[in-house]
Structure formats: C-alpha cells, structure tokens
Write a protein that binds this ligand. Structure first.
Ligand code: SF4
Ligand code: SF4
Length: 318
C-alpha cells in the first residue's frame, strides 16, 4: 500500500510527539539472524526459555505476524534513571523501576497506529513490544536505531543503549532508513565486568549464555537455585545492569551528553516503594500483587522474587 510523501514526512514527527526518543523505518524482510539464533538455541544458550525454541519458525518473517507486512517502524524510548542500591535493599535493573514498559510502549504504538490508520485509510498495523515472536533488535538495527555491542545490546552511537525497543508492523510501503553501522572496536569492558562471565565468543560473534546471565537467572529461571546459582546472582534481585553500566557508549562526553541522560518521561519515572530484602523473602500474595501490579517485575512471580531475595540475603552474609 503506497503512502503519500506528506504522510511519510510527518510520520517521524508524530512518533516524536508521542514521546519516543528514536524512530526509524526498515522494509519488512526475512529475519537476518534466524540461522544464528537457531544455532544459539541448539547450543543450549537459551537455558530454560523453551518458548524461544517454540517460536523459531514464527520468527522467520514478519509476514507471520501481519500478512501483507511491507514496512516496520522501529521506536526507542529512553528508560535511564538512577538505580540506587543499599545493602539489605533489593537491587532492581533500571528498566524495571518504573511502570511496566510493555504497557507504556504498547499504548503509544497504538496511538501511532491510530494516526497511521487516519492518514492511510485501509492500512493495517500490528504493535510488537517484547512479547510477539519477532527479532526486535534485528529490525531496529535495520531501521537505523543502533548496532549490536559485544554485550548484545543495541547501541546508538549518540544515545547509548538505555532504551526500550518497540516495533509497529504495517502494510504501508514506507521509505526505509539506512541500517545503523558501528562497533565496539577493541573495547571489552562489558566482558571483563560481567560478574558471571556470561558474555562469550562463539560461532563467530559475541553473545550471552543465558545459563550464566543474572538477568535470566533472576527473571526467567523457574524453581529453586542450587548453591552455585544462588551465589551467581550476587546482590541482584531482578535483572542486572552491569554490562550497560560499564559501556562507554552510555557515558556522556562533552559533545554527546544524551548518552547518559536520564529519562524525563513521567511514565518511566513512576517508581515504587520497595520492601527490604527481609520483607521480600517472606512476602505474601496480597503484598506481591500490590507491588508487582503494573510492573515488569511481575514476570518473575512471587516464588521467584522470594527465592532471589533469599539468595541476596545469603550473599550479603557471605
Ligand atoms: S546482564 Fe549481567 S550477567 Fe547478564 S551478561 Fe550482562 S553483565 Fe553479565
Ligand atoms: S562495554 Fe565496550 S565491548 Fe561492551 S558493548 Fe560497550 S563498547 Fe562494546
């Protein structure tokens, strides 16, 4: 479905008006890294995330999510905010401190979708926010939002990597942007700083082995930890920011202050009062419901957050 030059020219301004910090466009195309992804799974790097294996074939092309898909609008939303940590308190990854990002991004993408439908009658769209089977980062790279760092985060040379990614698939034919280029050079700060050695080089590129990654262990791992895993998570209660914290692309420079700029977005900054680790380790269902309502931490579940808090307390005493 063709789109007038007028619509094309104001689409990005509309995305910016809706609060997105980055926006780019790429053509719908088969997933560039599908084969690598399959090999990554074959080597067991997905750990217990069986759903990643189940979604392999669906991820092959965006057409599987939106028949007739012609273009993909990729958006980025800065989520950086101070994540203070005191021993005895839970340590939460920066992205999970505010409101659940799925809700924030989906609500804004729906508004962008409504705008598209008003401008281009008959156009179809589908919003994807980290829950549909699609390689968000691959398409965001093609749309010019950033390139892959050794820590596997998408890095924007001007803004760093503290941003959420959302995609709006559409049947509209939009002019694509140029794919982002960049690289880490000889830097290996994230590899050296990762507390568990989870960033590894295999199959020709840097990747994360989920079996060792604290983000996986504290969020996706189900069941109890053995002593080794409990020690591995250290002080982290939900997620881990280390490989982004140390990345030079997230540090400001005189000519690039945006790299370390904190979000000013009220939705992102809506923080909550966190219980202490002792309270978290014995949290009841009602309190968990209240704490996790509208928060990304809900993903780990009550048993998961109690388990993480118990491990944090043991590591505190060690
Ligand atoms: S999130 Fe933490 S544990 Fe996982 S790769 Fe990054 S630094 Fe390592
Ligand atoms: S810390 Fe260095 S090696 Fe790691 S992603 Fe950033 S630039 Fe690349």
């Amino acid at each position: 479905m063709s789109v007038s030059e007028d619509v094309q020219s104001i689409l990005k301004a509309e995305a910016t008006r809706l609060g997105f910090d980055l926006v780019g466009i790429c053509a719908a195309q088969p997933a560039p890294h599908l084969d690598f992804y399959k090999r990554w799974i074959d080597r067991g790097n997905h750990a217990g995330m069986e759903y990643l294996q189940r979604h392999e074939s669906l991820k092959a092309t965006p057409e599987n999510l939106l028949p007739g898909c012609r273009s993909i609008i990729a958006v980025g939303l800065n989520y950086k905010q101070a994540a203070p940590y005191e021993p005895g308190e839970p340590r939460i990854a920066s992205y999970a401190l505010g409101r659940d990002y799925h809700r924030i991004l989906r609500a804004r993408l729906k508004r962008l979708s409504a705008w598209m439908e008003a401008q281009v009658p008959g156009v179809q769209t589908r919003a994807c926010v980290d829950s549909a089977p699609i390689f968000e980062r691959d398409y965001a790279r093609l749309a010019g939002l950033g390139w892959f760092g050794k820590n596997t985060c998408l890095i924007n040379s001007k803004r760093g990597s503290w941003f959420f990614i959302g995609l709006l698939l559409t049947t509209a034919d939009l002019e694509p942007d140029i794919a982002a280029v960049g690289g880490c050079g000889t830097c290996r700060d994230c590899i050296d700083a990762c507390p568990t050695g989870a960033i590894i080089f295999e199959d020709g590129r840097w990747q994360v082995d989920s079996r060792s990654c604290i983000s996986y262990l504290t969020i996706e791992h189900r069941g109890e930890f053995d002593a080794k895993l409990a020690k591995r998570i250290g002080s982290w209660t939900f997620g881990c920011d280390v490989c982004q914290d140390v990345c030079p692309f997230n540090h400001s420079r005189p000519n690039q202050p945006m790299r370390a700029a904190s979000s000013q977005d009220p939705d992102i900054l809506q923080s909550r009062k966190w219980p202490s680790l002792v309270e978290l380790a014995r949290l009841g269902e009602d309190d968990w419901d209240a704490l996790s309502s509208g928060s990304a931490i809900r993903r780990t579940g009550l048993e998961g957050i109690r388990r993480n808090a118990r491990a944090n307390l043991e590591n505190l005493d060690a």
